[in-house]
Design a protein around this ligand. Structure first.
Ligand code: FAD
Length: 439
């Protein structure tokens, strides 16, 4: 009897153990379901990115694309093709776990592999508990290791199953409505990106990765997010003690944290700051969202996010620090905004990245660390090129002056907004609030 390969965050044919398991299990039909809940929560760019990658997969293999609540659509599809079992790669987010448990009550669900080199929950310390801090986790993660990449079926022998035209049209429309040019979709594009980074960027990654004015990182996060490429495939080609492997380990760590504490998706991981007083002034948050705070590196980052669906890691930290510590806004407000726009928007990496910056997450004692947006800008974008690229009102200012328009006679001649808050004042205010919250 046939089985079903239900694709979710694993939109690839290469190194896909769940697909191999489905193919071993008799003739298999492949399915992707556009879930209205996820679809309606995503911004245009994010939808377009998902749609483009689903359509790219559908060009490679016979893939049935449907729209609707997976709880109804998936069992109905299994029934239609006469399948007894569904094959998936394990989903470990709270949303995915709940959904899979509900679908699994209707049809048998067989999980093989996950979107991670080491599945969440598998790295434990000597007494069988999860690691709380990254350094200890990453050491144990590396020692535990992971399997070699799975082989790639040459021409996967999949049963032809028709798509629902309405669902396909919806995806095509999402791609056509993309608000800006997206990276190339699909596995071949992901592998081209990886190879070019591996050959030209990996050797200098350690020194270049903190420079938003340079193209020094892999830009693979949007592909990793949808499983267009698997991290194990990348780790198989590099030194696993390298800085790059360490960044992959951060992704695995945050997935592990979310697995053990699902509630940390949207509430403070550490209760230490539970009494913290937050502000809720919509005008300031809107200035942050639109990149009009008057702080050049913050505004550059927020516009890069809006205009490309990606933001450099260093600038994610600076913009997150600005919202939480200069504007005193609770981190989920920012996390939600990022998630709706980032092509790589991922609840584990994003929300724990936010918690790390906010001081409620996995960092040891960071409440006193408040990023100064001006010194951070001058240090990590020393040329000012990053700011000039994203903030045209500052394009006329040379070098580091772009980070301090207030020091130039012509700083505001193209209507760049004045600073909405005074950083020194807000830093003191943030520290006072933290002191009060911690008693
Ligand atoms: P590279 O530097 O080339 O790194 C390679 C890969 O390692 C990345 O693709 C990513 O999968 C992983 N990685 C690198 N840094 C981190 C990190 N700090 N945490 C977790 N994984 C990491 N990353 C996401 O994938 N999705 C998100 O939604 C996300 N939100 C973030 C929000 C905030 C506030 C912060 C501070 C960081 C966030 N990150 C997120 C982590 C990081 O910024 C991005 O992974 C990185 O910028 C992606 O670009 P890249 O692929 O060129 O990274």
């Amino acid at each position: 009897r046939p089985s079903v390969m239900w694709f979710r965050r694993d939109l690839r044919v290469r190194d896909n153990p769940a697909l191999l398991a489905a193919l071993d299990d008799g003739p298999a039909a492949a399915l992707f379901v556009v879930d209205p809940v996820l679809w309606s929560g995503a911004g245009d760019a994010r939808r377009a990115w998902l749609a483009a990658n689903v359509l790219a997969l559908a060009e490679r293999i016979p893939l049935s694309i449907r729209y609707g609540d997976p709880l109804d659509v998936v069992p109905a599809f299994a029934d239609k093709v006469g399948a007894e079992r569904l094959h998936v790669s394990a989903e470990t987010t709270p949303f995915g776990v709940r959904r899979d448990a509900a679908v699994g009550e209707k049809v048998e669900l067989v999980a093989t592999g996950s979107p991670y080199a080491v599945g969440p929950g598998l790295v434990l310390n000597g007494s069988g508990s999860p690691y709380q801090v990254f350094t200890a986790f990453s050491k144990a993660w590396r020692e535990r290791g992971w399997p070699e990449p799975a082989h790639t079926p040459r021409s996967p022998d999949l049963v032809d199953a028709d798509s629902h035209q309405k669902a396909v049209t919806m995806l095509e429309k999402a791609v056509a409505d993309a608000p800006f040019d997206l990276p190339g979709a699909g596995e071949d594009a992901a592998w081209r990106r990886w190879r070019s980074f591996r050959d030209d960027g990996l050797a200098t990654y350690k020194d270049e990765r903190d420079r938003p004015d340079h193209d020094g990182t892999s830009r693979l996060s949007p592909y990793l997010h949808l499983g267009v490429v698997h991290p194990r495939s990348l780790l198989a080609e590099i030194d696993t003690r390298s800085t790059f492997a360490n960044e992959i380990a951060w992704r695995e760590f945050y997935a592990d944290v979310l697995w053990h504490t699902p509630e940390s998706a949207w509430s403070d991981l550490k209760p230490a700051l539970e009494g913290m007083r937050y502000d809720d002034h919509e005008d300031a948050v809107e200035a942050w969202r639109t990149g009009t705070t008057g702080y050049p590196i913050v505004d550059a980052g927020m516009r890069q996010l809006r205009d490309t669906g990606w933001m450099h890691n260093r600038v994610r930290m600076i913009t997150a620090s600005f919202l939480t510590k200069d504007l005193h806004v609770w981190w989920p407000v920012g996390a939600r905004h990022f998630l709706s726009l980032l092509l790589d928007g991922d609840v584990a990496s994003n929300n724990h990245g936010w918690q790390w910056v906010a001081g409620t997450g996995t960092d040891a004692s960071p409440y006193f660390r408040v990023f100064n947006p001006v010194t951070q800008g001058k240090k990590f974008d020393p040329t000012g090129d990053y700011v000039r690229r994203w903030v045209p009102e500052l394009a006329h200012l040379p070098g580091r002056t772009a980070h301090e328009p207030w020091t130039s006679d012509v700083g505001y001649e193209h209507d760049y907004p004045r600073r909405i808050v005074d950083h020194a004042d807000e830093r003191r205010e943030a520290l006072d609030r933290y002191q009060a919250a911690r008693g």
